[in-house]
Design a protein. Structure first.
Length: 213
């Protein structure tokens, strides 16, 4: 079982809860010989922003024209992300809610792999066909406020976005979600909230190991 873990926070675990979730997950599955685990750290990878350089590169590649260094970097980065996703049976995303959405680096990863003919396609009638229904996803997310409340839920564009992309468009089965929330909004309960969430992360990791033993 190939497990790809997408690490999407470069803040230290002492300061960032989603970083602690990542470390807790990795520590729990360490030594599981039935899992082949690869980490893709979006803050450590060379990930130029998706833009005109990529479309220019495609045009040049079709014409057999030499790419610039910037274009070559972008094409290589996109291909690396796609290859990592292709090889995975289970994809684990560890990410925070930043300013109501996901970090820009994680957004860049999404843009690399959000490609017709790779993650989805259209049939002759224009219907979208999901191409990653054989893959599973796990979301590990931290957010300092309370976004499960009805009045706040519409503002949450991190987990909802990831569900819509990887579950909705790509067709992955979302087999687990652990969301730690409210530790900044309720500092008097922060330790309790965080520890409960990290215990859930451990259970999610153990379940993954046992399911594929």
């Amino acid at each position: 079982m190939n497990v790809l873990v997408i690490k999407a926070n470069n803040r230290p675990a002492a300061e960032a809860i989603s970083s602690r979730m990542y470390e807790t997950f990795m520590e729990t599955i360490k030594g599981a010989d039935n899992l082949n685990v690869t980490t893709y750290d979006v803050f450590a990878e060379d990930m130029p922003y998706f833009g005109q350089e990529l479309f220019s590169a495609y045009g040049k590649m079709n014409n057999g024209t030499e790419l610039t260094d910037a274009e070559s970097r972008l094409v290589a980065a996109k291909q690396k992300a796609m290859d990592a996703l292709s090889a995975a049976d289970v994809v684990v995303f560890a990410f925070p809610l930043w300013n109501l959405t996901i970090p820009a680096r994680l957004q860049t990863f999404v843009e690399y792999v959000y490609a017709a003919g790779f993650a989805f396609k259209y049939d002759a009638e224009g219907n979208m066909i999901q191409l990653m229904t054989d893959k599973k996803a796990i979301f590990l997310n931290a957010r300092g406020g309370f976004y499960t409340a009805p009045e706040a839920a519409p503002m949450e564009m991190a987990v909802n976005y990831m569900r819509n992309v990887f579950g909705g468009v790509f067709g992955m089965e979302i087999i687990d979600e652990v969301i730690i929330e409210g530790h900044n909004a309720a500092p008097d309960k922060a330790n309790e909230i965080i520890e409960a969430g990290l215990n859930q992360v451990k259970e999610t990791a153990k379940k993954l190991v046992l399911q594929h033993a």
